[in-house]
Write a protein that binds this ligand. Structure first.
Ligand code: GLU
Length: 300
């Protein structure tokens, strides 16, 4: 743990003072009263491409689990990657789901908004809590510096990423933060990871059973410097908690970061959702003849 930031400095690194306290968020989005076995699921596409069978398969599992257990199925649009966003994508997702009889329960629910780009106040309020407790910090690394770190790590045969000695701003002082902000620099906010990859985390995946994975030691970005929106990892933590999702169904490509997700849920003292990592739907590429994951960009 590092020294927590003052309220003043938190407002400066986030661009504005956080709107809510955690207690206010807990009250605004209270735990659902659910009978045993009732599932609350969400389909959470990023509007960066079209809809293919793989997406539909995932959405269908979410929908069926909720429907069969008299639960709730939500549609959450993960539109924080503004660079890769495609305008028509949201309409395509909604229409495609509707064609297969999949409708969501967002309307009339008090757990919105359902577009992540409209949930900035929530993410900033949660990250403020981590900054206060010394579990997150402002990082001023530029893209060039990160590229250089990565290249050096690869050359030396180290795991790539910002962790340990490579996390240059991990223990940045308040004076240095002020100096850099005065200088016009905008930081990203990174997790202050205390994980040790030589230790393992245990959890139960609903498809794969009991699993153990190495702890995460990467100081991943929580809030991006470019637009102050969250990364997938941080948004997933805040949204699945405050939407009170009970079962997270997602592709196996997220399996590699589940240690990080468990770590963040523990830091917040929040209940971990049940994870269901599904196999990806592959196809044989027409051009290369090789097997590959279906793509939202190529396989409509
Ligand atoms: N936005 C993510 C995707 O489209 C969602 C992953 C998840 O369901 O948590 O892959």
């Amino acid at each position: 743990m590092r020294q927590g930031l003052s309220e003043d400095l938190i407002a400066r690194v986030l661009g504005a003072a956080p709107k809510y306290t955690l207690a206010e968020l807990e009250e605004k989005y209270p735990p659902r009263e659910l009978a045993d076995g009732v599932m609350v699921t969400r389909f959470a596409p990023s509007p960066t491409g079209f809809m293919h069978l793989g997406n539909l398969y995932s959405g269908l599992i979410d929908y069926k689990l909720a429907q069969q257990s008299n639960g709730v199925f939500m549609l959450r649009i993960e539109d924080t990657d503004t660079k890769r966003e495609i305008k028509e994508a949201v309409g395509i997702v909604i229409d495609s789901l509707a064609k297969f009889g999949i409708t969501n329960d967002n309307e009339g629910s008090d757990y919105g908004p359902y577009y992540q780009s409209q949930r900035k106040d929530i993410y900033h309020s949660v990250v403020a809590d981590l900054l206060r407790r010394g579990l997150a910090y402002p990082c001023f690394l530029t893209q060039e510096e990160m590229d250089e770190i990565r290249a050096n790590q690869s050359a030396a045969g180290f795991a790539t990423g910002i962790y340990g000695e490579f996390a240059r701003y991990r223990d940045i002082t308040e004076e240095d933060i002020v100096k850099r902000l005065d200088n016009g620099e905008t930081p990203s906010i990174r997790l202050y990871s205390m994980g040790d990859p030589s230790k393992r985390i245990f959890f139960k995946d609903f498809v794969r059973g009991s699993i153990s994975v190495p702890e995460n030691n990467e100081d991943i970005v929580l809030i991006k410097s470019t637009d102050r929106l969250p990364t997938y990892h941080f948004a997933h933590l805040c949204d699945d908690h405050f939407m009170r999702i009970t079962h997270v169904v997602r592709g196996e490509e997220y399996f590699g970061t589940v240690a990080l997700h468990i770590q963040m849920f523990r830091m917040m003292g929040w209940q971990l959702p049940n994870y269901i990592h599904t196999s990806t739907l592959d196809k044989i590429d027409e051009e290369t003849g090789k097997q590959r994951k279906m793509s939202k960009r190529k396989d409509q």
